[in-house]
Design a protein around this ligand. Structure first.
Ligand SMILES: Cc1cc2nc3c(=O)[nH]c(=O)nc-3n(C[C@H](O)[C@H](O)[C@H](O)COP(=O)(O)OP(=O)(O)OC[C@H]3O[C@@H](n4cnc5c(N)ncnc54)[C@H](O)[C@@H]3O)c2cc1C
Length: 229
């Protein structure tokens, strides 16, 4: 079959491994279709390959290295309502998913400050892994907001890759040695010295809107802000 003639190619892939990374984020290792290529930071629309779910597409971000022979995703499971992620919470190795082509506007364009909330880390994790793999991660900083320390995914790897350039902000937990507050305008003023570099922002829509607004008001220019449009 010539897949280039399809308006939206779909790839049925098997889940090879699945496990919970923390209380609500689940990691999936899935088969990589032959010739499949993405730019770190990109996502794809995913459906569960079951009759009642195959039309329910939801975007998830690749976090594996492009060279890896498999694809990896980290999915926050929303158990409180009957959506795709709740079903993914019950979906394990041996089941299959339907992937589509990669899409997305978050690409690395040079060293900068990455500001993420919760599962919004995933595109940045993919970028950091690729840069670290090529020994090019230096000069990048991550400011990551989560409710508590339990919510961070891959904390050891982030520390290994970024060292002191990995800054945690917890909104709901007092943990000695960490900053317990929200990322707001004041936090940015206190934490960032130079607003002329690149900024990468990912998280819930309101988070992206607010942080972008603060950065622009503090002197960042619109063409240095990278976020999903
Ligand atoms: C480009 C892109 C890349 C993404 N990459 C990732 C990723 O790598 N990992 C990841 O975890 N997420 C990622 N997301 C977010 C992910 O797509 C959503 O979390 C997912 O679509 C939710 O699907 P769902 O069917 O479970 O929830 P939906 O039913 O689609 O609901 C979506 C949202 O509404 C809320 N909601 C709706 N109904 C209820 C209800 N009854 N009770 C409580 N809450 C409700 C939920 O909080 C949820 O956030 C990405 C999003 C985009 C746009």
């Amino acid at each position: 079959m010539n897949q280039t003639k399809e308006p939206m190619p779909a790839y049925t892939v098997q889940i090879l491994e699945s496990s919970f990374l923390n209380h609500d984020v689940k990691r999936f290792i899935v088969e990589k279709p032959e010739g499949y290529h993405f730019i770190p930071g990109q996502a794809t629309d995913v459906a569960i390959n079951l009759p009642e779910w195959k039309d329910q597409l939801r975007p998830f971000t690749f976090i594996s290295l492009n060279d890896a022979p498999y694809l990896e995703f980290a999915v926050k499971i929303y158990d409180e309502h009957d959506g795709v992620t709740k079903q993914l919470g019950k979906t394990n190795a041996g089941a299959s998913l339907i992937l589509h082509d990669p899409f997305g506007t978050i690409h690395y364009k040079g060293p900068g400050i990455f500001i993420a909330a919760g599962a919004g880390l995933t595109p940045f994790l993919a970028i950091f892994r690729e840069l670290y793999h090529h020994k090019m991660l230096q000069g990048n900083t991550l400011i990551l907001s989560n409710k508590t320390s339990e919510d961070i995914i891959y904390p050891e790897e982030l520390i290994k890759m970024l060292g002191a350039n990995f800054i945690n902000v917890f909104t709901r937990e007092g943990v000695i040695g960490f900053i317990d507050r929200r990322i707001d305008r004041r936090y940015l003023v206190e934490t960032i010295r130079d607003f002329s570099g690149n900024f990468y922002i990912c998280g819930p829509d309101l988070f992206v809107k607010e942080i972008s607004g603060y950065l622009l008001s503090l002197g960042a220019s619109a063409d240095t802000l990278v976020f999903e449009k």
